[in-house]
Design a binder for this molecule. Structure first.
Ligand code: PLP
Length: 430
């Protein structure tokens, strides 16, 4: 079995040569040199409005169109007409909830997870799905994380589990919106299995129309998305966390695009079967073109050149980062360290690791991170990371603003970097 060539991987990211240790990748990854080159080339050579007949415009049009090809490949969608671009996942989901509004009725139920503002159910009237529900008189139901059986003594060892979801499905369920991976808990949800089980129950109950939206923002840097295999209508992720520039992409399955969504675009544009329905106005053209650097890079990681194989190699390397860090944190249980999320490495765990220091000598998450900040050469972070509801509902209760310390790696991080972080942690926890 081949493994990742880390030296080659790192050489694709100029930022990594500075020696700074990037360990806040769940916030945003470093950007490929090729993506930057594409952006620069676009702006220097083809920076005109799309759709005209002159030569430069034809070239810029085809460059921007190739961005949709890249997104289609990353989603494993059927067509470029199923892909919309936007500046953030948050904005795209807001657009989606606006476009779907006429197809959501009073009393319809929307099941969401509390893991990100995109999907969140907060006391305030925040979050696109919550606002949609308020506009239409629909009902929001929260799929809460449950205790992981292998860690009965750590109350923060929780994950989203099917057993907690199924009772929420009723004859009125209209939408299910959840994260494929939590940006705090780091656990991967078995999307295909979840969707199959929910659809089966919905069929038994005679649900007239159930659609599924999956937030892959914290998932896409680590695992392959497959919207067809998963059998979902909507999917979103952010390219700036998947080694590209600051753009996000939304998948909309063709029948949903035609039948569930109303257009947000200008009335005189004929967009019935086009993603422009949820993409009013043009995205940043140079940024969209920059995104085309991502699939070739990912595929270059695997000898076979296949995206699925590349993600397998990424997942395998990530376990080598996760294993020593989780072992270290578990070893500090007596010092009051509690992993927030799955305490154990494995195929359904990505290297986004959160923890708190509780017990007799608690340390604020802010102070743990300060020890790193004071050094000036390592980037980690503390807080709720917009998984506000998730953090707020953990028991025993955490201060939601101080929340957790999060260390998040991706495939370009090295075992030596993990060891360096463990050394600093050891000083902090002494
Ligand atoms: C799980 C999850 N969903 C959604 C988002 C929001 O993404 P964006 O910044 O593109 O709006 C994030 C950002 O951290 C996230 O981690």
């Amino acid at each position: 079995m081949p493994s990742l060539d880390i030296a080659t991987v790192r050489s694709a990211f100029p930022a990594l040569s500075s020696g700074f240790l990037y360990a806040d990748n769940a916030g945003g990854s470093q950007c490929l040199a090729d993506a930057v080159a594409h952006i620069s080339d676009y702006l220097l050579n083809t920076n005109v409005q799309l759709g005209a007949d002159y030569a430069v415009s034809q070239k810029s049009t085809s460059r921007v169109a190739s961005g949709a090809d890249a997104a289609k490949e990353l989603f494993n969608a059927d067509s470029v007409d199923e892909v919309a671009f936007g500046s953030s996942a948050t904005m795209l989901v807001e657009n989606l909830t606006r476009a779907i509004e006429k197809d959501v009725n009073e009393g319809d139920e929307i099941i969401v997870t509390g893991e990100h503002e995109v999907l969140v159910y907060r006391p305030a009237n925040a979050g696109p799905w919550k606002r949609l529900a308020a506009r239409r008189g629909a009902i929001i139901k929260l799929w809460r994380p449950s205790q992981i059986a292998a860690s009965p003594n750590n109350p923060y060892a929780v994950s989203l589990q099917l057993e907690a979801l199924l009772p929420l499905v009723t004859a009125k369920t209209r939408l299910l919106a959840f994260t494929a991976c939590s940006n705090i808990l780091g656990s991967v949800v078995p999307v295909k299995q979840i969707v199959r089980a929910v659809r089966e129950k919905a069929r038994e109950l005679g649900v007239p129309k159930l659609e599924v939206c999956v937030d892959c923002v914290a998932y896409a840097p680590h695992r392959r998305i497959d919207v067809k295999d998963w059998d979902i209508e909507y999917c979103v992720f952010s390219v700036y966390k998947v080694y590209g520039p600051h753009a996000s992409v939304l998948y909309i399955r063709a029948p949903a695009l035609t039948h569930s969504l109303s257009s947000l675009a200008h009335h005189f544009l004929s967009v019935d079967t086009k993603p422009y329905k949820v993409q009013p106005g043009g995205p940043g053209y140079e940024i969209v073109y920059g995104c085309t650097a991502v699939p070739p890079y990912l595929k270059s990681l695997a000898p076979s050149g296949a995206l699925a194989d590349a993600y397998d190699l990424i997942a395998e390397h990530e376990q080598t980062l996760l294993t020593p860090l989780l072992a270290y944190l578990r070893g500090k249980t007596d010092r009051g360290v509690r992993v927030v999320g799955d305490e154990y490495e494995g195929p359904s765990r990505v290297p986004t690791v959160s923890f708190v220091v509780a017990g007799e000598r608690p340390i604020r998450s802010k102070d743990v991170v300060k020890a790193f900040d004071d050094r000036g050469d390592i980037g980690i972070r503390y807080g709720h990371f917009y998984a506000y509801t998730l953090v707020d509902t953990l028991q025993p209760k955490l201060n939601v603003d101080d929340a957790v310390v999060r260390i998040s790696f991706v495939h370009y991080n090295t075992v030596e970097e993990v060891e360096k972080i463990i050394k600093v942690l050891d000083e902090v926890l002494a």
